[in-house]
Design a protein around this ligand. Structure first.
Ligand code: ADP
Ligand code: MG
Length: 259
């Protein structure tokens, strides 16, 4: 999957030497099940990281730990200078800086698109309604669906709903965006419009961690691809090297199955 916007995207993006996310010796269990094993990972601001790996390898759990939708049991996770501990203040601070987009868009069906985008800014951030609406319209224009603002989610296609979910996240002005298989519930013809939205975000310098099996996206936009298997980071590399010269047998097997 090669396209002009993707080729353009890669050239323009800069990575800062500041750290956005630092994970050290992190482990997580679900009951007896050791789901994440000794995860070490540093993400610089402006990095676009694609995380891939077989189903059940712990990809969702890892990114859910980064905004504390899941709790880790040992090791350290530091997001933009704030360590994730059981301190609620820290969790709130990190959640306000980290946006997340899921496979299923999780829009509120009884609220309009505009209301979906202004709900958290008004009630969590205490932003005046008028200002929240202006911000929402700004991001709805960015994801190219301002004309849908007064419709309800059920009246939109899956691709449009996912773009709303991205706009809704951006309305909270996050510094980091996490994506968990954002296109895997979409029909093929809608995948590109969502990927194009993500490319635009990458071009603006957003720090992004994307769990996705869209390897065209990984090759064009990511500066690093991380491969996970059985709760571990098995291998990571720049996309070109990752795809042309995978090191481990597990990575080779995975790539042979999806490419
Ligand atoms: P992936 O996103 O790579 O498919 P997940 O992070 O969703 O993997 O899941 C990793 C493993 O943890 C799987 O074996 C899954 O069944 C298990 N798991 C996920 N969520 C829970 C949970 N809430 N309780 C117990 N086990 C879970
Ligand atoms: Mg998952």
């Amino acid at each position: 999957m090669e396209s002009a916007p993707m080729a353009e995207a890669q050239k323009q993006m800069k990575i800062s030497d500041e750290v956005a996310i630092e994970i050290r010796g992190m482990n997580k269990w679900y009951g007896q099940f050791h789901v994440l094993r000794d995860i070490n990972m540093t993400v610089q601001k402006g990095e676009r990281i694609v995380i891939c790996g077989p189903s059940g390898s712990g990809k969702s759990t890892l990114i859910r730990c980064i905004n504390r939708l899941e709790e880790h049991q040992s090791g350290q996770i530091v997001v933009d200078g704030t360590e994730l501990t059981s301190d609620l203040k820290n969790i709130d601070k990190v959640r306000s800086e980290v946006g997340m987009v899921f496979q299923h868009f999780n829009l509120f069906p009884h609220l309009t698109i505009l209301e979906n985008c202004t709900l958290a800014p008004i009630w969590v951030r205490k932003i005046p309604k008028r200002e929240a609406e202006e911000t929402a319209m700004h991001f709805l224009r960015k994801v190219k669906i301002p004309e849908q603002a007064h419709k309800y989610p059920g009246q939109l296609s899956g691709g449009q709903q996912q773009r709303v979910a991205i706009a809704r996240s951006l309305c909270m002005k996050p510094r980091i965006m996490l994506f968990d298989e954002p296109t895997s519930a979409l029909d093929p013809e809608m995948i590109k419009e969502v990927l194009d939205t993500m490319i635009a975000l990458a071009e603006e310098g957003m720090t992004m961690l994307c769990v996705t099996h869209e390897m065209g996206f990984a090759q064009a936009v990511a500066n690093r691809v991380i491969f996970m298997d059985q709760g571990q980071i098995v291998e990571q590399n720049a996309p070109k090297e990752f795809f042309s010269n995978p090191q481990s047998e597990r990575t080779k097997l995975f790539l042979s199955q999806i490419l």
